[in-house]
Design a protein around this ligand. Structure first.
Ligand code: GLN
Length: 191
């Protein structure tokens, strides 16, 4: 019997704006097949999706313009693993796509000045603290009972999970931190 070819998971990266290329590179280094998502058709047959950081206002306009809101909600609702980082967390919250039962507070650490790095214990990630880059980052100001807090900074939730959806307030992809993406890939059972 021939052995089956090992195919890496197909991971879409929302590419309307923001640092989607850094995510794609990181995913490739983990053996996944990243593809850019710009229109609803790009969401077909994905094993997982990343919503990157950027400017949530610009990304929201793009989502509306391209008619992506409903298809994105549907993808999350059918259990496809989703990772949102920074502005991605904001897009997933109650006031935007409503995929996560959280309210994100934008620019919560202060505006332009507050970019910083921190090492965080992230529940579910082994091998020591996660190196996190925060750039005008949000935090989670409120969350519902279905939401699990995976990490806090100054007592504010900065990493959460609700079922198949993980969201972090920071940028793992800018710090060469691959374990958060591994967590995403582990959830589809193919990574
Ligand atoms: N401050 C941005 C916003 O509110 C998020 C910043 C980021 O993604 N690094 O949309």
């Amino acid at each position: 019997m021939g052995s089956e070819p090992k195919v890496g998971p197909r991971v879409g990266v929302l590419a309307l704006q923001g640092d989607f290329e850094a995510h794609a590179k990181l995913l490739e280094s983990l053996g996944a097949h990243p593809s850019e998502v710009r229109v609803p058709g790009d969401l077909e047959r994905l094993d997982a999706l990343v919503i990157p950081g950027g400017e949530s206002t610009v990304m929201t306009l793009g989502v509306e313009r391209e008619g992506l809101a409903e298809p994105l909600r549907a993808l999350a609702a059918r259990g496809t693993p989703v990772l949102g980082t920074c502005a991605g967390l904001i897009l997933l919250d109650r006031d935007h796509l409503g995929v996560l039962d959280v309210r994100a507070e934008r620019n919560a650490f202060g505006r332009q000045l507050k970019s910083f790095e921190a090492d965080l214990e992230l529940q579910g990630v082994e091998g020591g603290p996660v190196h996190a880059v925060f750039i005008r980052a949000p935090w989670v100001a409120e969350y519902g009972s279905e939401v699990e807090v995976l990490a806090r900074l100054d007592d504010h939730p900065v990493a959460v999970r609700q079922g198949n959806v993980i969201a972090v307030a920071f940028h793992p992809e800018l710090a060469g931190e691959r374990r958060v993406h591994r967590l995403l890939l582990a959830r589809n059972g193919r990574g």
